[in-house]
Design a binder for this molecule. Structure first.
Ligand code: 2NL
Length: 369
């Protein structure tokens, strides 16, 4: 409320003993009001306006109430008439001014809001591009679809592993030459030699430790290897490994599954070839080749005139691995495989180099909506 000391006193206390003095006193209050009203504008915030209105017309502590209480009610009888008249005039002036001012401020606010909200329907809309699944993700989904369709289940696990799960339990003891091309990034300061996994096999070991056969799982995820980076090598690649263990899985089931996969992934005309290979965790081991999807096997630049393209490595699980997970190697058998998802995607979609997969150039990404 605007502090006006004179309205706290009675007119007698102020020494206003004639009608002229009373009129002058009311004029003083009115001037004060007019000055404050001029300071109110549309630029002010709502709270400022509220304080101003309440300060003058508030029932409990507004100026008008104080004038009525202190001046009017306490007026000596010879001045009561003029005080009453002056009070009514002041009250009417204050109320009329506040109403006019309120309308003025509202109109100004409305106008600026209207200008602000104006919509030009002839302008083109804002088109927000919707993202797509990255090609690597799409390839993962395709691979998972194929294996889920024949009873495999997806399992995922940590990227930081112990040497036991990444190497020992997979029949790769220390100083084994197979550690050379896989030797990887070790976590500094880890007493137990934690490392970034070089394949997702550790999760297959962990699953066999926990679950009895039959086991049919695929494990997708990022894996890391020390490598000299070039167009087709990086320090990380996306892998998907598979494992099937049961009481009567033979090389036949292995071959049939691999052939089914190749036809699903490359089309019904694709042929499959197994080439002898070596992995410490499978015996026998094989490289799985498919007839070239570009020339159909007659020989072209993509297959380097061989008619075949290498897809992934696989084999029958080495019985030595069963020993680490307390499976009975006499009664159980199974097969396993490991695929490089980036490699498969590059091959299938004719991508010549790795970097385009991570540069996020929309001209590349838009080719795989
Ligand atoms: C490759 C080849 C392979 C496996 C991975 C595996 C896992 C267990 C037991 C036996 Cl737990 N084998 N995995 C088997 C053969 C090949 O990966 O070149 N990957 C990129």
């Amino acid at each position: 409320m605007p502090a006006i000391p004179i309205i706290e006193k009675t007119l007698t206390e102020l020494g206003d003993s004639t009608p002229e003095k009373v009129v002058a006193r009311f004029a003083e209050v009115r001037e004060r009001f007019d000055r404050q009203a001029r300071e109110q504008s549309s630029g002010n915030d709502a709270e400022q306006w509220r304080v101003f209105v309440l300060g003058w017309t508030g029932r409990k502590s507004g100026v008008l109430t104080a004038v009525s209480e202190n001046w009017l009610k306490n007026a000596p009888s010879d001045l009561r008439r003029v005080v009453g008249q002056e009070f009514q005039k002041l009250k009417a002036h204050v109320e009329a001014t506040l109403e006019a001012k309120r309308k003025e401020i509202e109109a100004a606010a409305e106008q600026s809001a209207a200008a602000h909200d104006q919509i030009d329907l002839s302008l083109p809309g804002v088109e927000r591009a919707i993202g797509t699944r990255h090609l690597i993700w799409q390839t993962y989904q395709e691979l998972e679809r194929i294996f889920l369709s024949i009873g495999f289940r997806v399992v995922e696990g940590p990227e930081i592993e112990t040497p036991y799960y990444n190497f020992e339990a997979l029949n790769i003891p220390e100083h084994h030459p197979a550690r050379d091309n896989m030797d990887t990034f070790y976590i500094e300061g880890s007493k137990s030699g934690h490392l970034l996994r070089t394949h997702t096999s550790p999760m297959q070991i962990r699953t066999m430790e926990k679950e009895k056969p039959p086991v049919r799982i695929i494990v997708p995820g990022k894996v890391y290897r020390r490598d000299n980076p070039d167009a087709t090598h990086g320090y990380m690649f996306h892998q998907i490994e598979g494992l099937a263990v049961d009481s009567d899985i033979t090389f036949c089931e292995f071959k049939g599954t691999v052939e089914y996969f190749v036809r699903e992934f490359l089309g019904p005309k694709a042929k499959t070839r197994l080439r002898p290979s070596y992995f410490p965790f499978t015996e026998p081991s094989a490289e799985v080749d498919a007839s070239c999807h570009v020339c159909g096997g007659s020989g072209c630049r993509v297959c380097k005139m061989s008619g075949w393209i290498e897809l992934f490595g696989a084999g029958m699980v080495n019985p030595a691995v069963y020993g680490f997970v307390n499976y009975d190697a006499e009664k159980l058998s199974g097969f396993a495989f490991g695929m490089g998802v980036d490699r498969l995607a590059m091959m299938k979609y004719g991508i010549g180099e790795l970097p385009v997969l991570t540069q996020n150039d929309v001209r590349f990404l838009r080719q795989f909506p």
